[in-house]
Structures are given as structure tokens and as C-alpha cells.
Design a protein around this ligand. Sequence first.
Ligand code: MF3
Ligand code: CO
Length: 249
Amino acid sequence: MIILKSRQEIEKMRKSNALVAAILEELKKKIRPGVKTIELDRLSEEMALKKGARPAFKGYRGYPYSLCTSVNSEVVHGMPSERELKEGDIVSLDFGILNDGYYGDAAVTVPVGEIAPAAKRLLRVTEEALHRGIAEVRAGNRIGDISAAIQGHAEAAGFSVVRDLVGHGIGKNLHEDPQVPNYGSSGRGIELKAGMVFAIEPMVNEGTYRVDILRDGWTVVTADGKLSAHFEHSVAITENGPVILSRIG
Ligand code: MF3
Ligand code: CO
């Protein structure tokens, strides 16, 4: 069941997502060789609590951290640890909060120091794919229009999109209907309506789209060990068109 949000609710979701975006922006500033991913986790949690918000992921289905830090061939749900980031890595920072009853959820993948041209291209194309998807978010379109735009852009660049994980509706719950796949056909799926809010989150791989889950039960990695990137925004459909709620500024 898809839960439509009122203008007032979307306003609250804008606040939640603006806080997520601001925290991601602060975390980005800390990224450099030698930083431990657990330090980023602690920082994200402190910043959220200081603002009176609750980290959304901690305790979600038993996930033990506030932040997901997925490095290189890790696709999503990488767990913060004593691991030090090193020059040339890429790291996805995925963060969510619950504030005033509503969730915010967003992610960025950032370079650590200087990265290889191929890695830069993967980051650029994945972020572009997210924005191609967002450009399809309007009343009257269908979910498949978002999916096809993302897939088309990633595959045209020679990359693949992960199938096993998808974007989602978001609101009073972190995950609501509908699912928002990053692959599919335009014109298919449910029709988009004002009041819907989606977390759109393409995961784009350099090589195969196939993924495995590590023995820790969380970390999703590429099956071929090649790089993966992940960008996510929470986006509302309003009477005046789409609004990226998790945009900075
Ligand atoms: N952005 C991810 C999602 O929407 C993060 C969830 S991590 C989890 O699914 F630990 F909370 F599952
Ligand atoms: Co999400």
C-alpha cells in the first residue's frame, strides 16, 4: 500500500532529509586517507543526536551502526570498522534519520584523495543516473520510467545496475511501498501521484550486476570484485512537480 503524504508531512520530511544532507556534507569533509570508517559512524551519530534526531539504521533489522560505509567493491550496507580509508578508494556514505516522526535517507559516494579515471567516471555516471531517474518523477509518469532512465544511462556508459536491491517509498517508515528498481521498462509499474515520496538509490557496478553478501550478513559486494558506486536522494512529488528533499542548501 502506498501512503500519500500531505503538504505538512512533506514539509517535515524536508526537514529530516535536509538534516541528513547536512550531515553527509560534514562527513564528506572528513574523508581523507587514514580516516577509519568507525570514526565517520560515531560522528554521524553524534551530529544526529545533537540535533534531536535518531539515527535510522541503528537497530534496523539488527544493523549495529548508524552509518553504512561501503568501500570499493562493497555495494551497500558496508559496516563501519577500524579499517582506514586509503588514497584511491571510493566510499559510499549512506545515512538516515528519524526526526519528528518522519524519515530521511540519502547517500553519496566520494573519492578518497586522488582516484583513478575509471573510478571517477563510475561516480559521475552513477550520480547522473540518479538525476536521470529524478527527472522522471512527476505525476502521470510510472515507476518504470524512473527505472528505465537510470538503467539506460548506466548501461550506455558500459556499467551495470544492481538488481537485488532497490529504492523505496519513505515516510513514517524507512521502507514503504512501492519498490523503486534501478532497472526496468518505461511505461510499466504504478502511476506516480502527488504526495508520493521515494528514496531513489541506484547502485552501479563497473562489471557484472551480480552481488554477494559477506558472512557478516550485511555487506553486499560485487560478485566479480570490481568497483560499485551508490547515490541516493529522497524525492517528493508535489503539486508543483518533483522536489529533492535531501538536497544540500
Ligand atoms: N539507504 C539504505 C536503505 O534504504 C540503508 C539501509 S541500511 C539498514 O535501505 F541497515 F538500515 F538496513
Ligand atoms: Co534507502
